[in-house]
Write a protein that binds this ligand. Structure first.
Ligand code: PGA
Length: 261
């Protein structure tokens, strides 16, 4: 794993936006995996700013989101369909026919999950998967003790995630219990994973992801098995890392061609 520690959520977002922009501009038909939640909002703001300055076009880009709540249609204020419109899709030149989210409202969820995997494969797989991390170590909505071999499927949220996400819904009882999420195996097939974490609430999960054992108790730790992961952390999220100085040392000693590789 490449661990990059920056001062603040804003500087993390600027760095992550550079990584996304480099992927988008270097490929003829880039495929991005997108995440939702509080953390990537600043990243999307940076990407929109790059687009508005004429420095970045998403015209040839295809996107696949990680997860969606079951039963919340695209027009629901708390759906991730709506989130993506608000934070990215409405502000850039993505072809809306090429933006895909998991099928939280499909009549046959199981079939729709299989089709989502097929769509990703038909697009040639994901070039860069943006990820956040839950305070409990989840990525996507793959909660602790999930299968590390899982694929896109219907899953049940943990009580901690329901509490964490209640801030968007006003009340815990309003948070859907069921979600559709890419599985851990789906995520691990992306050619490059970019995980962003900021703030003190993520410090424990970040430490377990990077320095703990690979374990379904911290699903994000499965990323240790991936050949190309970039983790961008602010000082608060990096606070509990035992080898923090080593990660800074490694970054300072990168060869020229490894810069922003
Ligand atoms: P957050 O969520 O960015 O809203 O903290 C991250 C996640 O749960 O993956």
């Amino acid at each position: 794993m490449e661990i990059l520690i920056r001062e603040s959520p804003e500087t993390c977002a600027a760095l992550a936006a550079q990584i996304v922009a480099r992927t988008v501009t270097s490929l003829a038909r880039p495929v991005l995996g997108l995440a939702t939640g509080g953390t990537p909002q600043l990243l999307y703001r940076e990407l929109v700013a790059l687009h508005e300055r004429g420095e970045l076009s998403f015209r040839s880009t295809t996107t696949f989101n990680l997860d969606e709540y079951v039963g919340l249609g695209p027009s629901d204020a708390n759906s991730y369909h709506r989130y993506m419109q608000t934070h990215l899709f409405d502000h850039v030149d993505l072809d809306r026919e090429q933006t895909f989210l998991p099928p939280g409202s499909a009549p046959d969820l199981r079939q729709a999950c299989r089709e989502y995997e097929e769509l990703i494969a038909e697009a040639g797989g994901i070039d860069l998967q943006i990820l956040g991390i839950g305070a409990n170590g989840h990525i996507g909505f793959n909660e602790p003790t999930c299968s590390l071999g899982s694929r896109t499927w219907v899953k049940i949220l943990s009580e901690q995630t329901i509490r964490d996400n209640a801030r968007y819904f006003g009340d815990e009882s309003e948070v859907p219990r069921h979600v559709v999420t890419m599985g851990i195996a789906t995520i691990l097939e992306a050619r490059h994973c970019l995980l962003l974490a900021t703030g003190p609430k993520k410090a424990d999960a970040v430490q377990r992801m990077i320095e703990g054992p690979v374990s379904a108790m911290c699903p994000a730790s499965a990323l240790q098995m991936h050949p190309r992961v970039t983790v961008v952390l602010d000082e608060e999220a990096a606070f509990l890392l035992t080898f923090k100085e080593h990660y800074r040392w490694v970054e300072r000693h990168k060869l020229d061609w490894q810069q922003l590789e």
